[in-house]
Design a protein around this ligand. Structure first.
Ligand code: DGJ
Length: 724
């Protein structure tokens, strides 16, 4: 898959699906000469270099001469893998190092390249794995005494390239990294739309699509987490691309903190893209001999529209990113106590919840917030992870679950502390920003200073003590505020620029330790709903709670949009008590994510229970093969109209689930819905009208959804199964 032609100085990565080529020019810069569909040959390369007349002249101080590089390198036009900083090219460098002399100049040039079997493992960070091949390109700035490695990884059968840098101080004095992004990419065209997903609490991942315009566009977070305000998943879509036609390039970052995606449409045309950790208030001291690893950036390429890009991410995340041992197994139907009783429960109530939850097909019961310390509201208790025995007898609850054959899970918010807690009273300096006159509180809580290893260790100690006494099957890991004062009492003044990143490293170190020590416990990420929905978290947590908004009015969009970049298997989705839609409509929507419940089950009527139990049966029958492991097609986008439709097809193409939902009421309509992904020759029976047709018929004629009077948030869930 990877080869380097020394004579041409051309590095190629090609897996017969996609191709990537880098030319090492005379000056030692890495020109990205190709990224696209697989090519049969890379022998014939013309890039934008056009001889001397077009090249950037330089002055050789020793020789006293002005000259051009023979291959005609144009410094501020050529698409590069890593632009220098502080020289002619001002489009933006991914890595900026301040040397011992204080200068910002960073000019990393090619030294060598080697091929590594497998993937690069950046220490302390979540990362990709599997049968990839990696090009390890060494670059050096001799004046700075800094070396950089650029890693480019390609995988068999995946339409994905993974990029990252490692920066090493080889000199005798400390240097300061002031920007350490993960990748640069130059594209020779600029007629794209930039799609990103902005939002806020209970309205995460709104679809935003804007034409690339002159100058700079940016998608970023500086909130200390990947955030509900913007998501690290973005894509560029050729202006003429559709769901299944045209070029689409998706980007994501394996990181849960501040990020920055920046695209420049420069005066010469083409795009100059930087992606990685946000450099706002970032500064990292690299002592002699020390190294810094950037998070990995993932780029998915599609020459066949948005869905192929989206499917490339789904496949890649499940096969080469997630590490949970039971990732591909059947996941139990989950019941979560939060929206049913919030903080207001006792043992009896929870036992009654478990009994009723069982009638809905529940296989995993989760006790949410409120079981520990003095936690009877959100004002107290975070940081004190011992069971409140006066409120709840957890051994009894777990025994009750065991007797009913139901698994048990529990809620934590490890990175936070309430000012009303024993932990805070004992160790106030564990609160981030401690020492300031005024500290911002979010939900009456402070962020713990996870840049301080002692704070991480203390939470680990408490969680381990709990887990050893209560062997739970599942943990919901919540995170309910953003970082405000990014000041750590544990770091000296000159290292405060490291705080944001060290908080994320602290999160990963605790999560990595616990998930490896308790490999059979399934962890689900959460952050006030979906405020930390990212690839860093997904490495450890096979699912993430998608949003606190389960009302279909918003939820339809939230789930659909999230699924453009993330597999349905990881999108935490529950049926709740929201009054705008029927239980079965909400359940059908939850089926296109992880399936679960979150309501007061004692209040459900027998009819409602039967409705939900029937949907749980559909989940058991089809979810794993069709929704989790199947291929997802986006048939109707809710951001483009009143209807939403998703279709999943199992890998063996023997079964398919179609969910068609509307928002506002629609009267009778002449409406056919062509399907995708079915085997043209196979015959499938559908549950809409019971008819049997070939895959070819469904693809070209479609399901007949005419004459359906559809009320607000009504739905059709259609199951297609192959006829023997
Ligand atoms: C926010 C989460 O999104 C909810 O699901 C719930 O766990 C609460 N936190 C509990 O405080």
């Amino acid at each position: 898959m990877i080869s380097y032609n020394k004579a041409l100085r051309l590095l190629t990565l090609d897996n017969k699906r996609i191709g990537y080529a880098v030319y090492v020019n005379d000056a030692g810069y890495l020109e990205t000469v190709y990224f696209g569909k697989h090519l049969a040959s890379y022998a014939d390369f013309s890039c934008i270099r056009d001889g001397k007349g077009y090249a950037t002249p330089v002055y050789d101080a020793a020789a006293g001469e002005e000259y051009f590089y023979a291959d005609g390198f144009k410094a501020d036009v050529a698409p590069l893998e890593i632009s220098p900083h502080g020289v002619w090219d001002k489009r933006g460098a991914p890595v900026i190092v301040r040397g011992a002399n204080g200068s910002f100049e960073t000019d990393l040039r090619f030294v060598s390249v080697r091929r590594i079997g497998g993937c690069h493992v950046p220490e302390g960070l979540p990362h990709v794995h599997g049968e990839g091949e990696t090009a390890d390109i060494t670059l050096e700035d001799k004046q700075l005494g800094v070396r950089a490695h650029l890693y480019l990884t390609i995988f068999p059968g995946q339409d994905v390239i993974v990029k990252s840098f490692r920066i090493e101080n080889k000199g005798k004095k400390a240097v300061r990294l002031v920007r350490a992004m993960s990748m640069q990419l130059g594209l020779p065209r600029s007629d794209y739309d930039l799609v990103h997903f902005c939002g806020r609490w209970a309205k995460e991942r709104d679809y935003c699509c804007n034409r690339i315009h002159d100058g700079v566009q940016e998608v970023s977070s500086n909130l200390g987490r990947s955030s509900a305000e913007e998501n690290p998943f973005v894509y560029l879509k050729a202006a003429d691309a559709t769901w299944d036609y045209g070029e689409v390039i998706g980007f994501n970052l394996i990181y849960s903190g501040n990020f920055r995606f920046r695209v420049l449409h420069g005066t010469y045309g083409g795009l100059h893209i930087l992606y990685g950790m946000n450099d706002e208030d970032f500064e990292w001291t690299l002592a002699p001999g020390a190294a810094f690893e950037t998070p990995q950036a993932v780029i998915a390429y599609s020459a066949a529209g948005v869905d192929a890009m989206s499917q490339a991410f789904h496949r890649f995340i499940r096969e080469n990113l997630m590490t949970y041992a039971g990732n591909c197994d059947y996941k139990p139907v989950l019941f979560n106590s939060w929206e049913g009783c919030y903080f207001d429960f006792d043992t009896q109530l929870i036992l009654s919840y478990i009994d009723d939850a069982c009638k809905l097909g529940t296989e995993l019961f989760v006790l949410d917030d409120g079981w520990f310390g003095a936690r009877n509201s959100d004002r107290a208790g975070l940081g004190d992870w011992t069971v409140n025995r006066e409120k709840i007898d957890l051994h009894r609850v777990m025994a009750h679950c065991r007797e009913r054959g139901v698994k048990f899970g529990i809620w934590f918010e490890p990175e936070m502390v309430n000012y009303d807690s024993d932990l805070f009273r004992a160790r106030p300096a564990f609160a981030l920003g401690w020492g300031r006159k005024e500290l911002t509180v979010g939900r009456h809580q402070f962020h713990l200073d996870f840049a301080n290893g002692d704070a991480v260790e203390e939470i680990y100690r408490q969680m381990k003590a709990f887990l050893d006494e209560y062997p739970v099957d599942y943990i919901k890991w919540d995170y309910n505020r953003t970082v405000a004062e990014h000041v750590s009492a544990a770091l000296p003044p000159e290292r405060q620029g490291e705080v944001y990143h060290r908080l994320v490293l602290g999160y990963y170190s605790l999560l990595a330790r616990l998930t490896s020590e308790y490999p059979h416990t399934m962890f689900e990420g959460c952050a006030s709903g979906g405020g930390r929905f990212d690839l860093g978290t997904l490495c450890y947590c096979p699912q993430i709670w998608c949003s606190d908004e389960s009302d279909p009015a918003q939820r339809i969009d939230i789930q659909f949009n999230t699924s453009l970049g993330y597999p349905l298997s990881c999108i935490g989705s529950h049926v709740n008590d929201s009054p705008v839609a029927s239980y079965s409509a909400k359940a059908a929507l939850a089926l296109f994510g992880t399936y679960g419940y979150e309501m007061n089950p004692n209040k459900l009527t027998e009819g409602e229970m039967a409705e939900l139990a029937a949907m749980a049966q559909v989940y058991r029958d089809y979810h794993r093969d069709v929704i989790e492991a199947g291929t997802l097609y986006h048939l109707r986008a809710p951001f483009a109209g009143n209807e939403m439709c998703m279709q999943c097809v199992s890998q063996d193409r023997r079964a398919s689930l179609v969910l068609f939902m509307n928002k506002l009421k629609t009267p009778d309509k002449f409406r056919f819905l062509p399907l995708k992904g079915l085997d043209e020759k196979k015959r499938y029976r559908n549950t809409l009208d019971g008819a049997v047709h070939t895959g070819e018929y469904y693809a070209n004629v479609g399901l007949n959804l005419s004459q359906l009077w559809m009320d607000e948030f009504s739905y059709r869930l259609i199951i297609l199964t192959e006829e023997a």
